[in-house]
Design a protein around this ligand. Structure first.
Ligand code: NDP
Length: 417
């Protein structure tokens, strides 16, 4: 609403309210309502993604060298189950974007500005889906869970609703809520939303600024990386440790597509053209952040996959041997990597992610606070996630974790935190 009514200024609406020139009710009254067009658009969008997810087994892994897709196994759940997943996100992303470009350049079924033009009406639809899926997941957890042994009931209704009861809710054999909602429709939409913002700039100003190109390119890299590594993603915290509730359900439907795309939205209202030096600096920061993020994640993945029989930075990796007990009382062995980026800080992958996030924001210049939301939010999210993860690892590995923290004393930034 700050963007829609106040050209993305956060202070102008507050000053208006403070000076009595407007009230929250006035701002609310000017907010576009849901429309039939937006509802139809959103329903078709989600239905199309469901179709791509459920009906089209992956064929990308057959011809893309190095890409791992198709039927893959997730990590062992706390109750000892191993789920199978149909990994076909890259294919869904490619088909969706091919259709988008075919429409923009050949078919002209709808204008490429369609997402921007229906932005707030679509927000209501996304909220409807977000709350419906979270509520459904809650009811399902109580009455017909997919795997009852993996459910978590805390005794606090609101906590259960927010953080989820079921670990891996599914409909039928293949429709996995976490994999679907985490990746599609939100992350597939991310790049389309940015393209729609770029198209709006073109329509309004007759050109697309270099800042908009940077935001589109850097974020597209991040999104493509996500889908290229979707199988690896099955082993990350969201899938391996979090339960599915409002935090993931609503977050994936509303928070991610609406707040991760604020830079592009801002640039529609403020078409910033960066100097070449500024643009190159932003690009380099974005690429360096991405490199650290990807390499750190790759090093841990390689190390775990090969059980340490690999080279990291040209050397045999150093590791800490750990023992832990799962919920079923069984003892397991694991290893914590102390080489490469995992020897620099305990979550240097998050540091790389934060550098990339800062680059998106810096692409928007220094005129307003709103496009900096992303770096502020990511810093809070990843710091909290780091502490949450370390708390879990400390109770999982006990003394072995203490040995790791003694060997690698810093979390995100050596010498600072
Ligand atoms: P990590 O990939 O860092 O996984 C943490 C887990 O890795 C720990 O729970 C532990 O699991 C294992 N581990 C920790 N230290 C070591 C070590 N030294 N050696 C081997 N294994 C170790 O975290 P996430 O799943 O949160 O993040 C994955 C990526 O996704 C990150 O790069 C993050 O930046 C990104 N991300 C982005 C988000 C966004 O909104 N843009 C949101 C969330 C994540 P185990 O129990 O197996 O030992």
């Amino acid at each position: 609403m700050a963007c829609d009514q106040y050209s993305c200024s956060l202070t102008a609406p507050l000053l208006d309210i403070a000076a009595g020139r407007a009230s929250l009710a006035d701002i609310w009254a000017k907010t576009p309502p849901v429309t039939t067009r937006a509802a139809l658009l959103y329903t078709s969008w989600v239905a199309f993604q469901v179709l791509l997810y459920t009906m089209l087994p992956d064929f990308c892994h057959r011809f893309l060298p190095g890409y791992v897709g198709g039927v893959q196994e997730g990590a062992v759940t706390p109750a000892g189950a191993v789920n199978k997943y149909q990994v076909n996100g890259l294919q869904a992303w490619l088909i969706t974007h091919l259709l988008w470009f075919a429409n923009s350049h050949l078919l002209s079924w709808f204008p490429p500005t369609i997402i921007f033009d229906n932005w707030i009406p679509l927000l209501w639809c996304a909220n409807f889906l977000g709350y419906t899926v979270s509520t459904f997941a809650m009811i399902k957890g109580y009455f017909f869970p997919t795997n009852a042994e993996d459910c978590k009931f805390t005794g606090n209704f609101f906590y259960n609703y927010m953080m989820g009861i079921e670990f891996n809710p599914r409909l039928g054999k293949w429709f996995d809520f976490k994999l679907f909602f985490n990746g599609r429709p939100g992350i597939v939409a991310w790049t389309l939303i940015n393209l729609s913002f770029a198209a709006k700039q073109q329509e309004l100003y007759g050109q697309v600024t270099n800042s908009m190109v940077l935001v589109n390119v850097l974020q597209a890299m991040y999104v493509l990386d996500f889908f290229w590594n979707e199988t690896w993603y099955l082993k990350t915290i969201d899938i391996c440790h979090d339960h599915f509730g409002w935090y993931l359900g609503w977050g994936d439907c509303v928070w991610l597509p609406y707040l991760y795309t604020l830079q592009g939205l801002y640039l529609v209202y403020h078409p910033v053209q960066l100097s070449t030096h500024h643009a190159v600096a932003v690009l380099l920061l974005g690429l360096l952040g991405y490199y650290i993020f990807r390499m750190a994640n790759h090093q841990k993945d390689l190390f775990r996959r090969t059980d340490g029989r690999c080279l990291i930075w040209g050397r045999k990796p150093k590791a800490i041997e750990c023992v832990y007990t799962s919920a079923d009382g069984q003892k397991h062995h694991s290893k914590l990597l102390v080489s490469g980026f995992w020897g620099v800080a305990r979550h240097f992958n998050y540091t790389g992610d934060l550098m990339g996030s800062l680059a998106y924001c810096l692409a928007c210049g220094g005129g307003h606070l709103l496009p900096y939301f992303y770096i502020i939010y990511m810093t809070i999210l990843l710091t909290h996630r780091c502490l949450r993860d370390e708390h879990r690892c400390a109770s999982k590995y006990g003394r072995d974790w203490q040995r790791y923290t003694a060997a690698v004393p810093y979390r995100l930034l050596p010498g600072v935190f």
